[in-house]
Structure formats: C-alpha cells, structure tokens
Design a protein around this ligand. Sequence first.
Ligand SMILES: Cc1ncc(COP(=O)(O)O)c(C=O)c1O
Length: 394
Amino acid sequence: MNIEQLRADTPAVEQLIHFNNAGAALMPKPVIEVMTRQLQLEAQLGGYEAAAQHLPELENVYGAIGRLINACPDEIAVIENATRAWDMAFYSLPLQAGDVVLTSTTEYAGNYIPYLQLKKRRGIEIRIIPNDEQGQVSLSALKDMLGDDRVALVSLPVIATNGGPVQPIEQIGALARAAGVLFLLDACQGVGQMPIDVQKIGCHMLAATSRKYLRGPRGMGFLYVEKSLCQNLEPAFLDLHAASLLTPETFKIREDARRFENWECNVVAKLGLGAAVDYALAQGLEPMWQRIQHLAAYLRDRLGEVAGIKPTDSGIIKSGIVTFTCQGSSAVQVQQWLAARDKRINVSTSTFRSTMLDMQQRNLLEVSRASLHAYNTEAEIDEMIEALLRMPRS
Ligand SMILES: Cc1ncc(COP(=O)(O)O)c(C=O)c1O
C-alpha cells in the first residue's frame, strides 16, 4: 500500500489523529471532489438538472458496489444508512408467530430492537447463539440450533460496533445455507475494512453504510439482496420508484433490488458513495485489511504498556476496532483527554446501550474505542500512547 498517497489524499491527517473510523472515517479527496462538484452543479443548474448530467456516474454506484461485494448491480439498493437498509430487508421477511431468529451476543441494538418489535407484534422468538471459548459465535452451537425447523433467519454483524471478534461469516453462511435458512449479514463495520464477498459468505441479504470504513459521506448506505430472493420479498414500504401504478387499482413492484429504495435521495452523497467505493477498490481490500490488522495489533500491543489499561477485544481474528477500559478514568474522560491534545486525537466511547447482550455478558458498561484505518500510522499510535501515559487518573 502506498501510505504516503493515502495520507496525501486525506488532508485532515495533518491536523488531527483520527481513530474514529468506526464512527465516521475521513473522506479521501476524490470523494470530496465529486461531492463538491455536484453540489455546485445543483446550485447552478437545479437539482434534477444536475443529476441528469451525471446519470452514468449514478448508475456506476451500483456497479461499483457490486464489484466491491461480488454481486450484480441489480442486487443492490442504495439506501440512506445501514439501519434503514437492514430494516428494509428485515421487515420484508414474512416472519410469523413461532418463527425463530438466531443472532449473536454482538448484535447491534438498532437491529435487536426490530427483533423485539416483531416479537411483540407477531410472536417471533429471538435466540442468542452462544460464543465459543474465543468469544466468537460457536459454530457447533449454531449447527445444533439450526436443527430446529422453526428457525427462519440467522442475522448478525460481521464486526460489532464495540469491536470484538470478526465473526466466521463464511462458516456461518455455509451452515445457514445447508439448513435452508436465510442469512442477513450486517456488514456495516466490515465493508471497506476487509474483503466482503457475498458469494463466498453465502449471505442472502447484506446491509452496509457509507461513512465508516468505506470513507464515503454520511447519510448513505446500501442493501444487497440475492437475485433469486428479491422478487419474493415485498418491501414494507413502497413508493412510485419501488413500484409503478398501472391502473387506478393496480401496481407492479419493480423486479430488481431497487424495490427497497425510495425515489428521493441525496444525489450528492450517492455520487460520493460511488467515488468512495471506487477509491477502496483502487487501494485493494486485501492490502487494506492486512494494514488495518497490523496497525490494530500494534496498538493492542502498545496499550499493554499503559498501567491500568485493559484491551477488551476477544476473538480469533480481531478487527481494526480496538477497545479498552482504563482504570481510574471513564471512557468519556479518555475521549476528552485525547481530544484536548495539541494535535487532536479522535477516539470514541461505546456504551452498553449499543451492544447490550455482549457488554452485559462481559460485565462492561462502556469501553474506549480507537478504530484504525489504513491511512493511520504507527507514529500516530505512539502519540496516543504517550498521551495516555500522561493522562491524570483518579
Ligand atoms: C454493527 C453496526 N450495525 C449497524 C450500524 C448502523 O449503521 P448506520 O448508522 O449507518 O445506520 C452501526 C453503526 O454504528 C454498527 O456499528
């Protein structure tokens, strides 16, 4: 990887150390340029007229996402964030009373709440797949649980918002497929960070966001739905883009995954997402993943030098999201201390409200989260360690 080029494409690294890539990463220049150009064009020409000038680029967004995750363009819907993309898939499933959803302890609250809603509304059952000794989903437990023919869905995040293991998604996908059960993958923290190949994973649906490891703009995301499944899923919401009015009494839902979209969207951000995906593909997902894992291992290692700091990530494969607790300081104090350095260091705080099952199981209320990207460096990590060594504690 050409780290110098990556950093040159990311001007803000001159002023700050950004370790909040799991929150929202810094956008590279090509993304900013495309969006600035389109915004100016909207101001000069009008929004519809500006969009009409860039129809091929808008279409390329689907092709680029398809190349990113090894899917066809017509299996992609561009939706305003990962949560809504996930919702559009989940709420289209014909889940009935007694149907079982299997999820992991690392499930994101934004997904878990919809399970609870359908439990209340329709009587579905939620079952949690236990972890193995390494802290990732137990594949043998999953296999046993899939033996119950009431299981209708396996749904979990590849990487949790609060770090932890990279789930063995290819094995999970293979088990779900073998059992004939749908697999909905939340790849929100995975896309852009690691290679994600829906064919290899075997997931039927996948939701992701633009602003995190993909380095696109905020307020954008996408959904993948396997072609053979797509036409059997009726979106919970329809509009005149997702469907066409044929007569005053009849309508037809479109056949491709854009049935999950709605008509109005942020065209500037959509073009930004396309540019971000093109940028990630040009860097190469495999080298990016290697570099992120290398930096994260270096940070975990160096955190060990700071008394009272305890890394909290489990799992055989760990991601670029590094979490830790700090004796004598709350996560918010850590965040504020690092943000107040001459060269600001951005980390964030992950609380039990986002990943309640996991945090409760590990007796954690909150963790500090330093999420690294390929454009970060060892020198930046060293600066953070120096700052932590000087941090006053109670
Ligand atoms: C694992 C996971 N899933 C889903 C989401 C939701 O993504 P978005 O905010 O784009 O809806 C997040 C956001 O932090 C996340 O970490």
